[in-house]
Design a binder for this molecule. Sequence first.
Ligand SMILES: Cc1cc2nc3c(=O)[nH]c(=O)nc-3n(C[C@H](O)[C@H](O)[C@H](O)COP(=O)(O)OP(=O)(O)OC[C@H]3O[C@@H](n4cnc5c(N)ncnc54)[C@H](O)[C@@H]3O)c2cc1C
Length: 356
Amino acid sequence: MKSAKHALVVGGGVIGLTSAFQLARHGWRVTLFDPRPGGGATWAAAGMIAPSAEIGAGEAANYGLQSGALDAWRGFANDLRKVTQKELSIVEIGTLLLGWDGSDRRMVEQFAQIAADLGVVPRRVSLDEEPGMFDGVSPRISDGLLVEGDAWLDPDQVVAYVSEANEALGVSIVKEVVVSVGGDGTRVEATTPSDSFVGDIGVIATGAGALPTGAVTSGKHVVRPIHGITVRVRGIDRSAQPMIRSFVRGSTVYMVSRPGGYDVLGASSEERHEAGAQVGEVQRLLRDALDVVPALETAVILETREGNRPASDDLRPFFEVLGDGRWSWSSGHFRHGVTLAPIAANEALRFAERVA
Ligand SMILES: Cc1cc2nc3c(=O)[nH]c(=O)nc-3n(C[C@H](O)[C@H](O)[C@H](O)COP(=O)(O)OP(=O)(O)OC[C@H]3O[C@@H](n4cnc5c(N)ncnc54)[C@H](O)[C@@H]3O)c2cc1C
């Protein structure tokens, strides 16, 4: 009988939290380990579940996976509502893709070609015809592409609601780091600095963090951290308008505007291990955002958040069954972990049910 089985979930970012939820909802007893649930890359994420406007050359396979994400989130929100009676807000408002200078605009055109190959046909929009869409945008940008159907949600809300649901479903939270994992083929074991825990299966979802000692991988996947920041400001309320994504001097900057004028500006992307938002990193992000949206000039900076995106060698997510088959590793979600979380959670459940 499924309900007697016990799952250990190591890591309480968006992947671990949603996996714990799916397992608990399907009758598993779940223990989740994290010294600071929701405090990893998930904390920094803007919450775009917007695969279309981010399509790049050579990303067809990733796009295929991501394009199912919105439906997966709708289903997840439904399941969450049944437990918490709370409505996860998924805002399906599209992305306005812009280019700052001539070569950035050529990048917008290149995007249009790549997107068309994948069946995504953005609509051309102009300041003259739809001025409201360009609210706050620099007058030197007079046209762009509207990628309809792209969506966003608030990762803080996801963490809060899923944590509440997990509590209601009886998930035990151990606010400690797992230092080692093991097992004997019939059960799994996780050891924290103060205790040891035994279960039937285990899911390791430590993001870009190191694996606990004893996790035996195939060596096929290696995860490296790609550092990034978002800056949160109280500025203009563009929440009725599409998210903005713009090429600026060859880089990209985005703005997700939430009701009330809470804007998330993102995101830097740097291969480095040192923690901390650097002055230059913040300066470049704000400079690019201000160039595209000068109306942010008087916005008030609320906070800067940072995190490490978990990137695999081929930048694709993976779900690897480890060692003796009872531990698994769910990672590599890179810049799409929020987008892909309900899909990863379903995978964790399928794994658990297969092994049980
Ligand atoms: C600036 C920025 C913006 C982003 N924007 C978006 C976006 O708009 N949309 C999107 O889809 N994605 C976005 N991402 C990517 C997304 O945040 C990540 O892909 C996602 O958070 C990965 O989730 P995770 O649960 O695997 O890792 P994390 O969120 O990093 O969580 C891992 C957790 O594991 C815990 N942990 C680590 N080691 C151990 C251990 N040994 N024992 C116990 N616990 C442990 C950590 O404390 C942490 O809480 C963004 C990322 C960044 C940095």
